[in-house]
Design a protein around this ligand. Structure first.
Ligand code: NAD
Ligand code: 0WE
Length: 256
């Protein structure tokens, strides 16, 4: 308790207890923040209600498909009503059609490209625009990226292109929102065994590869991502904006 006392936050991207968003939300809540949660669709409603419910029965939990402007508007109207202001926003959302993450990037369809960028990159802009008017005391927006944004990771394909867009959006938003003392940063996380990662063929080998190559000779834990998320949300990071911070046990510094 204390680092985020009196702060109000909203979390996008909890699917289950393994979600990176849940690890960061727990770190924020333990530091004293009051949080609202959104879920993508009815399918995830119960999961999120059960997890978020641990913060009290009147925790604000709202549906939000980030590709739908009217759902985004409803969420921030509810936050305005309940909290009156906002300090923290977590964007931990990504999606590309399954077939785009298999085979060659060369074969990415126009529709798969559009969807990946809409869900995984544009949504940060839409959420930032809706959140900014509530961030009257300054704020911190945080997104999740991956190394495939800067180097080719086989099969990450259009998601790598969308993460490059997300990182560039982070910089442009940081510039626009800086005068209001609203900071915008990304954590570029090493691989974590979540719902979004499971089912990716070769994911277990990827975890082993990181373990062998990363300077720390292990994989990052969700708790460690939570701790970095807390740092970036706190006054310790008050002069950090527009950055992509690698939280990957050092993997990204290696040339071989
Ligand atoms: P996850 O499956 O737990 O979270 C992904 C979330 O995206 C889910 O909650 C899902 O509901 C949400 N989502 C997808 N489409 C949406 C839409 N249209 N509207 C609203 N929400 C939508 O998996 P995760 O690994 O915790 O992923 C969270 C973030 O971390 C993603 O941005 C992902 O790219 C990033 N990331 C993951 C890893 C990893 O190895 N797991 C590594 C680096 C970065
Ligand atoms: O960002 C991600 C994955 C995001 C993701 C996952 C899925 C699986 C289910 C986006 N869209 C979908 N669509 C689906 O249908 N990561 C960083 C995890 C990840 O995914 C990979 C990776 C890594 C790492 C895919 C290929 C190669 C490496």
């Amino acid at each position: 308790m204390s680092l985020l006392n009196g702060k109000f936050g909203i979390v996008f991207g909890v699917a289950n207890k393994r979600s990176i968003a849940w690890a960061i939300a727990q770190a924020w809540a333990r530091a004293g923040a009051t949080l609202a949660f959104t879920y993508q669709g009815e399918r995830l409603k119960e999961n999120v209600a059960e997890l978020a419910g641990t913060f009290g029965p009147d925790t604000l939990i709202l549906p939000c498909d980030v590709t739908r402007d009217e759902e985004i508007a409803r969420v921030f109207a509810a936050v305005q009503q309940r909290f009156g202001k906002l300090h923290l926003l977590l964007h931990s959302v990504a999606f590309a059609p399954r077939e785009a993450l298999e085979g060659d990037f060369l074969n990415t369809s126009r529709e798969a490209f559009r969807i990946a960028h809409d869900v995984s990159a544009y949504s940060l802009v839409a959420l930032a625009r809706a959140a900014a008017p509530l961030m009257t005391e300054g704020g911190s927006l945080l997104g999740l990226s991956y190394y495939g944004a800067e180097k080719v990771v086989p099969h990450y394909n259009v998601m790598g292109v969308a993460k490059a867009a997300l990182e560039a959006c982070t910089r442009y938003l940081a510039y626009d929102l800086g005068p209001r003392q609203i900071r915008v940063n990304c954590i570029s996380a090493g691989p974590v065994n979540t719902l979004a990662a499971r089912g990716i063929s070769g994911f277990t080998e990827m975890l082993r590869h990181y373990e062998a190559k990363a300077p720390l000779k292990r994989n990052v834990t969700a708790d460690e991502l939570g701790a970095t998320g807390l740092f970036l949300a706190s006054d310790g990071a008050a002069a950090i904006t527009g950055q992509v911070l690698y939280v990957d046990c050092g993997y990204q510094i290696m040339g071989m």
